[in-house]
Design a protein around this ligand. Structure first.
Ligand SMILES: CC/C=C\CC/C=C/CC(=O)SCCNC(=O)CCNC(=O)[C@H](O)C(C)(C)COP(=O)(O)OP(=O)(O)OC[C@H]1O[C@@H](n2cnc3c(N)ncnc32)[C@H](O)[C@@H]1OP(=O)(O)O
Length: 275
C-alpha cells in the first residue's frame, strides 16, 4: 500500500492511499477528515467479487482511521456504477456465486452501517446495485441532467432482494418504491429529485463535491455517538433482517439465479447490452 500527500482543490493537503492495481482510490482531506472514495473499474464499475471485496476493505479501513465522513463517487466519465456484474450470475460457478453474494451482503452491511456520515456523488448512470449503493449513503447528490438512476431488476427479468427493496422504501416510501420496483424504472436526475430518490441535482462534479463536503461538514457539530446511535436505530429493521437471514437470502439467491428461466432472461439481457 502506498501513501502520499497531495494538494487538494482548496489548498489543503490530502492523504492518498493507493493499492497497486487498485480499483478503488481514496483520498482523505487532512483538515476536515473527510474521505473521498473513488470507484475506478473500467468500463462501467460493475460490482464483481474482487471489486466488492476492495470496497468493503476500504470502508473498514476508513472506520479504523476514524474519518469524519465519506463521499462515494466514480472515476469513470459517465457511469457511477452499472450495478452488480451480471457475468457473476450468468452461467455461474456455484461456489464463486455463493462467495460473490456473501461479499455483497457484507459490503452492503458495512456501507449501510458506517459510523461516519456518507454522501453519494452520483456522477453517472446508476442502475440496480449502483442505485443500491447510492441509496445506502446518508445523502445523494447527482450530476444532471443526462444520467439515470433506479432499481431496474424487473427489466432484466429478475427480482430485487428484500433488503434492496427495504433500502429503497426507506428513501422514497412504500408507494413510490412499489411503482419504481415493479416497473424497473430508471429515473432522470430531475425525476429522481422529484420523488426524493436523490437530495440534490447539480450541474457538474465539482459542485457535487462541494455540496457533499458541505453536507458532511454539518456533522462536525454533532456528537459522533449521537449520530451513530440515531443511524443504527433508523436503519435497524433493514439491517437486522439481513443479519438474521443471511444464509436464507444466500440460498434463495443462488438457487433462483441458476434457474433456467432466470438464466434465459439474463442471457437475453446481456445480448441486448452487447448490441
Ligand atoms: C432474489 C434476487 C436474486 C437476484 C438479484 C440480483 C440483483 C441484481 C442487481 C443488479 O445490479 S443487476 C445489474 C443491473 N445493471 C444493469 O442493468 C446495467 C446494464 N448496463 C447499462 O445499462 C449500460 O451498460 C450503462 C448505462 C451502465 C453504460 O452504458 P455504456 O456506457 O453505453 O456502456 P455499454 O453498455 O457499452 O457497456 C460497456 C460494457 O460493459 C458491459 N456491462 C454493462 N453493464 C454491465 C453489468 N452490470 N455487468 C456486466 N457487464 C456489464 C457491457 O455488456 C459492455 O460489454 P462489452 O463486452 O460489449 O464491452
Amino acid at each position: 500500500m502506498l501513501r502520499r500527500l497531495i494538494l487538494s482543490r482548496n489548498n489543503t493537503f490530502i492523504n492518498c492511499r493507493y493499492a497497486s492495481q487498485s480499483m478503488v482510490q481514496t483520498t482523505v482531506d487532512e483538515k476536515s477528515g473527510i474521505a473521498t472514495v473513488t470507484m475506478n473499474k473500467s468500463p462501467v464499475n460493475s460490482l464483481n467479487l474482487e471489486f466488492l471485496d476492495e470496497i468493503k476493505t476500504e470502508l473498514n479501513k476508513l472506520e479504523k482511521d476514524k474519518v469524519k465522513g465519506m463521499m462515494l463517487t466514480s472515476g469513470l466519465q459517465k457511469i457511477f456504477s452499472a450495478g452488480l456484474d451480471i457475468t457473476e450470475f450468468y452461467n455461474p460457478n456455484p461456489d464463486r456465486l455463493s462467495k460473490f453474494w456473501s461479499t455483497l451482503q457484507d459490503t452492503w452491511l458495512t456501507l449501510y452501517k458506517t459510523p461516519f456520515p456518507t454522501a453519494a456523488i452520483i456522477n453517472g448512470h446508476s442502475p440496480a446495485g449502483g442505485c443500491l449503493f447510492a441509496m445506502s449513503c446518508d445523502y445523494r447528490i447527482m450530476v444532471g441532467p443526462k444520467y439515470t438512476i433506479g432499481l431496474n431488476e424487473t427489466k432484466l427479468g429478475i427480482v430485487a432482494p428484500k433488503w434492496f427493496i427495504d433500502t429503497m422504501v426507506a428513501v422514497i416510501g412504500q408507494r413510490k418504491a412499489e411503482i419504481s420496483l415493479t416497473t424497473g424504472k430508471m429515473y432522470t436526475t430531475d425525476e429522481a429529485l422529484h420523488i426524493g430518490l436523490i437530495d440534490e441535482s447539480v450541474p457538474d462534479v465539482n459542485t457535487a463535491l462541494t455540496q457533499g463536503n458541505l453536507f458532511l461538514n454539518n456533522f462536525q457539530r454533532i456528537s459522533p455517538w449521537a449520530y451513530k446511535m440515531t443511524k443504527d436505530i433508523t436503519r435497524q429493521s433493514t439491517v437486522q433482517w439481513l443479519i438474521d437471514n443471511k444464509q436464507k437470502d444466500l440460498d434463495f439467491v443462488v438457487t433462483y439465479l441458476q434457474s433456467a428461466e432466470v438464466q434465459k432472461s439474463l442471457g437475453l439481457y446481456l445480448q441486448s447490452l452487447k448490441k
